[in-house]
Design a protein around this ligand. Structure first.
Ligand code: PEP
Length: 255
């Protein structure tokens, strides 16, 4: 089974819409068109940049995909400040990150909430990038595999197997995000392999073979090769390094 590699850049709360256009333009010059048959590249800008990115991607017929970093659990209505999945779908988003550790930590997002968001994203024909990962304390206690597989299975609760094929999973050990500490390729493979096995146990081999599992946490051009060389790692969710077009293009080209 060949799964297309996905490199997704999580810009977090960085870059205004003009800077977003400049970065995507630079990225498109740095990545030749032929390259996209092998690897899918996506950017996940702040909400305020998405319309500008859409205009550029559509206007220049770029192969770069884009998406959002979060979504409301509600479809529409009196939820001041929230952004609904149908709005993101209308903007041409392919992906929505759900359950990033920064949202779990700073906004108290639970697996139950993640599950509601995943459903909204799928219902609107986009792919959720469901983030799971353990903090240092859990890693040091040896409970990381169980912690991550529980987050995954609870986040996908109630979905039909056919829906799970459109879910992307990102294993992001919290202790490796923005810290410069990368999990070793073996550590990352251990958890990514266990996540695929959990999908296999719950939804069957076909779905487990098809779903993409990414690694995230201080990924750069210097470590991407070894990470995607692992059997169960199908790409990366990239934070800091995605804010530099040259570095992001370089690491995408090496994936
Ligand atoms: C992230 O925020 O998803 C991430 C992986 O960040 P960084 O690459 O900066 O560690």
């Amino acid at each position: 089974m060949t799964r297309q590699t996905l490199i997704a850049g999580n810009w977090k709360m960085n870059l205004n819409h003009l800077e977003a256009i400049a970065l995507v333009q630079k990225l498109s010059f740095a990545l030749p068109e032929k390259y996209f048959s092998k690897v899918e590249v996506a950017v996940l800008p702040p909400f305020t940049d998405i319309r500008s990115v859409q205009t550029l991607v559509d206007g220049d017929k770029l192969s770069i995909k884009y998406g959002a970093q979060d979504v409301s659990v509600h479809e529409s209505g009196a939820y001041t400040g929230e952004i609904a999945a149908p709005m993101l779908a209308k903007l041409g988003c392919s992906y929505v990150t759900v359950g990033h550790s920064e949202r779990r930590e700073h906004h108290g997002e639970t697996d139950e909430l993640v599950n509601k968001k995943v459903r909204q994203v799928l219902k609107n024909d986009m792919s959720p990038i469901v983030c799971v990962g353990e903090d240092l304390e859990v890693r040091e206690s040896g409970g990381h595999v169980e912690h991550c597989t529980t987050q995954l299975i609870d986040g996908l609760k109630g979905l039909k197997a056919d829906q799970v094929r459109n879910v992307v999973i990102a294993y992001e050990p919290v202790w490796a995000i923005g810290t410069g500490k990368v999990a070793t390729a073996d550590d990352a493979q251990e958890v990514c392999g266990a996540l695929r096995q959990a999908l296999n146990d719950k939804y069957g081999k076909e779905i487990a073979d098809e779903a993409r599992v990414l690694y995230g946490g201080s990924v750069k051009s210097s470590n991407i090769g070894e990470l995607v060389g692992q059997a169960d790692i199908d790409g990366a969710l990239v934070g800091g390094a995605s804010l530099n077009a040259d570095e992001f293009a370089k690491l995408s080209a090496m994936a």
